[in-house]
Design a protein around this ligand. Structure first.
Ligand code: FES
Ligand SMILES: [Fe+2]
Length: 387
């Protein structure tokens, strides 16, 4: 079924154009943005096989905190163990498969299944099974059985506040995966960041259109008049790629309210850093936007081929995140993002409507600005073609 879907969507002509120089190249064809079967394939072959942003340490600040999340459609549980360790499990009971934790909770010593009451420790090991051998004949579980029937752990990695999971367990080493970003951002003291707020948008568009728009430095002059004053196209650079990353950097012509005015900057940033913005896309899970006074983390939850919940998680430097003195400046940032991201999702929703048109076949691309759009399409087809 998958093979025929792939052949139907990625015809020989499409594959040839995907592999051509960008001037004769293409991005992904329409069905990739409209087909429910295609989204299923993405869940199976992409989201479950790579490092995905799952959640945040600030959601589980204390031992005994548990936070259910969904990653590529799968229920995952993030929790903080007694000794402060972050852990990740499949959020599903080993007995009959009930979802273990359906809302955030804290102060837990054990996790008790809502169906028959099996209780697990915060290390995932099974502890007790009530009435397991008949009425009143409870079982206290130990030894191998405690892990054999325990919650299934999920490979995970933590970068500052962000928690990533690799559901399939076979993705490359996280540090290697992360290295291209780490190398380019060594001047930024991310340890100084504090979480401030999450903005949420319900977008009537495919998740890929949102990412593709994110790393497209070509559209701001038309779509974002205010952003164009901040970082005009003359100071923008084409998007490049390394490893699983796409990135570009722009010069800041004029800091503005919500973008570089009134908030603390990253400590020790030199003059170039104070006049630079970075865009990073980590395929296929998230986008980072770095300005001198903030980090914006974009997280997408595909709900349907034509609907995505988009979160922008905003971090500021030190006191900038919480001090009352910066309240008005923080609000300026939230207002700026609401305006900027609305401009973006309106164009995404516009394109989604056109993805049923036979008048569009994946696109005619700019050789200067669009190689990254084509690269993203190549990565998608490589990932989905892997059995
Ligand atoms: S499904 Fe969890 S105890 Fe039965
Ligand atoms: Fe944009």
């Amino acid at each position: 079924m998958n093979a025929s879907l792939l052949d139907e969507v990625l015809t020989r002509d499409v594959r040839q154009r995907l592999a051509s120089p960008t001037a004769e190249g293409t991005a992904l064809p329409n069905a990739c943005y409209t087909s429910a079967a295609w989204l299923e394939l993405e869940r199976e072959r992409l989201f479950a096989r790579t490092w995905m942003l799952a959640g945040f340490c600030h959601d589980i600040p204390n031992p005994g905190d548990a936070h259910p999340v969904e990653v590529g459609g799968m229920p995952i549980l993030l929790l903080r163990d007694d000794d402060g360790t972050v852990r990740a499990f499949h959020n599903v009971c080993r007995h009959r498969g009930a979802v273990m934790v359906d809302k955030p909770c804290s102060g837990r010593k054990v996790l008790t299944c809502p169906y028959h009451g099996w209780a697990y420790g915060l290390d995932g090991r099974l502890r007790t099974r009530p009435h397991f051998h008949g009425a009143g004949r409870h079982e206290v579980v130990g030894g191998n059985e405690a892990s054999r029937a325990g919650l299934a752990p999920v490979r995970h990695a933590v970068w500052h506040d962000l928690i990533f999971v690799d559901i399939g367990g076979k993705a490359p080493d996280f540090a290697d995966h992360w290295a291209p970003f780490a190398r380019r951002t060594k001047d930024y003291d991310f340890g100084a960041l504090r979480f401030a707020k999450t903005l949420t948008f319900d977008v009537k568009g495919n998740w890929k259109l949102i990412h593709e728009n994110f790393f497209d430095p070509y559209h701001p002059p038309v779509v974002h008049p205010r952003l164009e004053v901040f970082a005009p196209i003359a100071l923008r650079h084409e998007t490049r790629d390394e490893g699983a990353w796409l990135y570009n950097t722009n010069g800041i012509a004029e800091p503005q309210d919500g973008r570089g005015v009134g908030m603390p900057y990253y400590p020790g940033l030199d003059e170039t850093g104070r006049r630079t913005e970075w865009y990073f896309h980590l395929f296929p899970t998230l986008d980072f936007e770095i300005w001198p006074d903030q980090l914006a983390v974009f997280q997408l939850h595909p709900v349907a081929p034509n609907r995505t919940i988009e979160h922008i998680h905003l971090y500021f430097i030190g006191d900038g995140a919480t001090a009352p003195a910066y309240e008005a400046n923080r609000q300026a940032v939230y207002d700026m993002w609401a305006e900027l991201n609305t401009e973006d999702f309106l164009i995404v929703e516009n394109m989604q409507l056109a993805r049923i048109s036979p008048g569009f076949d994946g696109g005619v691309l700019s050789p200067y600005w669009d190689p990254a759009i084509q690269r993203f399409a190549q990565w998608m087809t490589e990932a989905l073609s892997r059995p």
